[in-house]
Design a protein around this ligand. Structure first.
Ligand code: IMJ
Length: 260
C-alpha cells in the first residue's frame, strides 16, 4: 500500500517563503495527490500574499485565503469558505508560531505578561479554535498536524517562552486527540522537527551553532530538510498512519536520543 492522498482536501497554514517548513509540507502533500488550500498572514502591504501566491501557484491551490489567527472573523471566513467550496476537510496543517524578538534572547524570567500571552495565543492556543471550526467539516479519518520543537521539553538557550508555548501545544495535541478521535476517527499529531534554516530561525542568535551541533552529534550526522518533514506530514495525514494519534513524532535526524 503506497502513500496516497489523492482526493484529500488539506488546508496548509504557515507558509511565509520558500524556506518555510509549511512549504515543504505543501509540496509533499501535493506530490502525494492532495488538493491543497493555502493561508497566508495578511499585512498592510500584501507582501506575504504576493510572495506566497507566487510560490504556491505551481501547486494550483484550490483555496487561497488570508488568516491571522488572532482575528476570529478571519478564522470564520476560512472555514465558511471550506464548507462552501470543499464541503469537507480531510487534513489541517498548523505551522504557526510567534514570540516577540525580545522574548527569544536572554533570561526566561524576563518574559513579560503580554509577551507570554501573545506567544501562547498565536503558537499554542490557535490550534484549538482552528480545530473547533474544522470539527463539523472533518471527514472520517481526517488528520491534524502541527509543528513543535525539542525546546518544549528541554531548556534550549534563548527558546524561552516559545518552549513554554510548544509544551502547551504538545499537551493541546493530546487533548484534541482525545476529543476528535471518538466520533470520526480524526487523528491529531505533532512533528518535532530538528533545527532548519527558515525565516523563523534565521532571525535567532546562535541558530548556526545549534545546526553545527546537530551535524556533529545527531545519529545521522546532519540536519533534516523541509522535504523530510513534509514526507512525515504526508504519512501522518494518510491512511498509513490510521493508528497514530496524540503523538509527537521526531524528524530530527535522531538528535533527541542522545544523552549529551
Ligand atoms: C528560536 C528561538 C531560539 C532558539 C531557537 C529557535 N532554535 C530554533 C528555533 C534553536 C531551532 C526556531 N524554532 C524552533 C521556532 O520555533 C521559532 C519560532 C519563532 C521565531 C521568531 C523569530 C522572529 C520573531 N519572532 C519569532 N517567533 C517565533 O520576531
Amino acid at each position: 500500500m503506497l502513500l496516497d492522498l489523492s482526493g484529500k482536501k488539506i488546508l496548509v497554514t504557515g507558509i511565509a517563503n520558500n524556506r518555510s517548513i509549511a512549504w515543504g509540507i505543501a509540496q509533499q502533500l501535493n506530490a502525494a495527490g492532495a488538493d491543497i488550500g493555502v493561508t497566508y498572514l495578511p499585512d498592510e502591504k500584501g507582501r506575504f500574499e504576493t510572495k506566497v501566491r507566487e510560490l504556491t501557484a505551481p501547486l494550483n491551490p484550490s483555496l487561497f485565503l488570508p488568516l491571522n489567527v488572532q482575528d476570529t472573523s478571519q478564522i470564520e471566513v476560512v472555514f465558511q469558505t471550506i464548507e462552501d467550496q470543499w464541503k469537507q476537510l480531510d487534513g489541517l496543517v498548523h505551522c504557526l508560531a510567534f514570540a516577540g524578538k525580545e522574548e527569544l534572547i536572554g533570561d526566561y524570567s524576563a518574559t513579560t505578561s503580554e509577551g507570554f500571552a501573545r506567544a501562547l495565543e498565536i503558537s499554542a492556543y490557535s490550534l484549538a479554535p482552528l480545530c473547533r471550526h474544522a470539527k463539523p467539516l472533518f471527514s472520517e479519518g481526517a488528520g491534524v498536524i502541527t509543528l513543535t520543537y525539542l525546546g518544549a521539553e528541554r531548556a534550549i538557550p534563548n527558546y524561552n517562552v516559545m518552549g513554554v508555548a510548544k509544551a502547551a501545544l504538545e499537551a493541546s495535541v493530546r487533548y484534541l486527540s482525545a476529543e476528535l478521535g471518538p466520533e470520526k476517527q480524526v487523528r491529531v499529531n505533532a512533528i518535532s522537527a530538528g533545527p532548519i534554516r527558515t525565516l523563523a530561525s534565521s532571525a535567532i542568535g546562535g541558530i548556526l551553532e545549534m545546526i553545527h551541533n546537530v551535524e556533529e552529534k545527531a545519529p545521522l550526522r546532519r540536519t533534516v530538510t523541509q522535504m523530510e518533514v513534509g514526507n512525515t506530514a504526508a504519512f501522518l495525514l494518510s491512511d498509513l498512519a490510521s493508528g497514530i494519534s496524540g503523538q509527537t513524532i521526531y524528524v530530527d535526524a535522531g538528535y533527541c536520543i542522545n544523552g549529551m
